[in-house]
Design a protein around this ligand. Structure first.
Ligand code: ADP
Ligand code: ASP
Ligand code: MG
Length: 401
């Protein structure tokens, strides 16, 4: 079998832990498998590099950021390869470029355009374990690019797809996908299986256990992911196609996204095209807008509310400031979070949203904004109530049962 393993930051967070990973790789190797191992930077390393850059500039050039950030993964890949060689296992470390991962030019959140797996295939054929530095690729013009935070998951899925691997195992410090973040609700239950769509919603709504784009790609390529712990031999969770029993499950999980900020634009002139102008400008600045509400007022103006990632708030202020002739004023609230209830069963059941609202009401938590889709209900609330909301909803939908 050809297996792709991916080890995240915590799993390679120290030299001892890299040694632990080397032992796990050796075990899989000794069982007769061919292996490609994708690694993240040691935990905290990427953030440290970001801080270094911010020492010199608040808005560093994104291409230079990629040059900088991609280095963390290379360190881990080389160290793991050295550790394996010392154990008598033939291994070779590769950068994203050497592994043939071509991306677009969208630095710091580049998309993978193609993978040329020739070098990986040749190394595997010559009996080597291939270690790939995750989170990175290269652009047509030959620059290093990175795939967005958490992007080593995406590297692993893309490589598994390109090599038509028999399995794609993603190792972290939790032994699978739980009904909610087990750090927030210790009563959370591990799922045996979760559908791509539900996992995609959970990941997009804040459950960072898998990067959302990796789930999107897994669905597109039909790669089944197994989420496991690098610290135990527990079974893990498979992320794959929806099964029939799953439709019977009303709600499968609760997600919390703390990286949210609410923007309110007051007294927006009520003329056709104004919303289009504002949101086009925000999109031009690559600011990801979510949860838009507009309410009409009596004096011919409207109020426009929406959320953006908290890290984008300064840039959002600048963009909206440019519309001062068209708006009455603006307010920002960074102390909000988004709590979401996710489940494919919602498609065929009613009352799920009502239950979420009444659960928060019973806890005296005010809901500031709401958005729904076929399989999720998201609510913006004050950040300080985020964890309480997660636990209350988890109980209300009996996810601990
Ligand atoms: P890695 O560094 O290996 O990529 P991450 O830190 O990105 O790992 O993801 C693992 C973390 O995701 C866990 O420690 C856990 O706190 C968090 N998490 C959030 N939501 C969930 C969930 N529904 N199930 C499991 N873990 C979750
Ligand atoms: N090291 C990168 C990050 O911290 C990528 C990853 O860990 O997947 O975002
Ligand atoms: Mg991660």
């Amino acid at each position: 079998m050809l297996i792709v393993h991916k080890y995240g930051g915590t799993s390679v967070g120290s030299l001892e832990r890299i040694e632990n990973v080397a032992n796990r790789v050796k075990k899989a190797r000794d069982a007769g498998n061919d292996l490609v191992v994708v690694v993240s930077a040691m935990s905290g390393e990427t953030n440290k590099l970001v801080d270094y850059a911010h020492h010199f500039s608040k808005t560093p050039a994104r291409a230079e950021m990629d040059m900088l950030l991609s280095s963390g993964e290379r360190v881990t890949a080389a160290l793991l390869s050295i550790a394996l060689q010392e154990m008598g296992i033939d291994a070779v470390a590769m950068t994203g470029r050497q592994a043939g991962i071509r991306t677009d030019e969208n630095h710091t959140y580049a998309r993978i355009e193609s993978i040329d797996p020739t070098a990986m295939r040749e190394a595997i054929a010559s009996g080597k374990v291939v270690i790939v530095a995750g989170f990175q690729g290269f652009t047509e013009s030959g620059k290093v690019s990175t795939l967005g935070r958490g992007g080593s998951d995406l590297s692993a899925v893309a490589i598994a797809g390109a090599l038509e691997a028999d399995a794609c195992e993603i190792y972290s410090d939790v032994d699978g996908i739980y009904t909610t973040d087990p750090r927030i609700e210790p009563k959370a239950k591990k799922m045996e299986h979760i559908s791509y769509d539900e996992m995609l919603e959970l990941a997009s709504l804040g459950a960072k256990v898998l990067q959302n784009r990796s789930v999107e790609l897994a669905k597109k390529l039909g790669v089944t992911i197994i989420a496991k712990s690098s610290f135990s031999d527990a079974e893990g969770t498979t992320i794959g196609k929806e099964s029939e029993e799953m439709e019977a499950v009303l709600v499968s999980g609760i997600a919390l996204d703390r990286n949210q900020a609410r923007v309110t634009i007051r007294g927006v002139s009520d003329r056709p095209g104004i919303a289009a102008e504002i949101f086009t400008k925000l999109a031009d600045e690559q600011i990801n807008v979510d949860m838009i509400i507009q309410n009409a007022s009596s004096d011919g103006t409207t109020n426009l509310g929406f959320t953006v990632p908290a890290s984008e708030i300064e840039r959002a202020k600048k963009v909206i400031g440019g519309f001062d002739h068209d708006i009455g004023g603006m307010d920002f609230d960074e102390n909000v979070c988004k709590v979401s209830v996710v489940g494919v069963g919602m498609k065929s059941h009613s009352g799920v949203a009502a239950k979420a609202f009444s659960t928060l009401a019973a806890n005296n938590i005010n809901i500031e904004m709401i958005s729904t889709s076929e399989i999720k209900v998201s609510m913006i609330i004050k950040e300080k109530y985020g964890e309480l909301a997660v636990r209350s909803l988890h109980e209300a939908y009996e996810l601990d049962k």
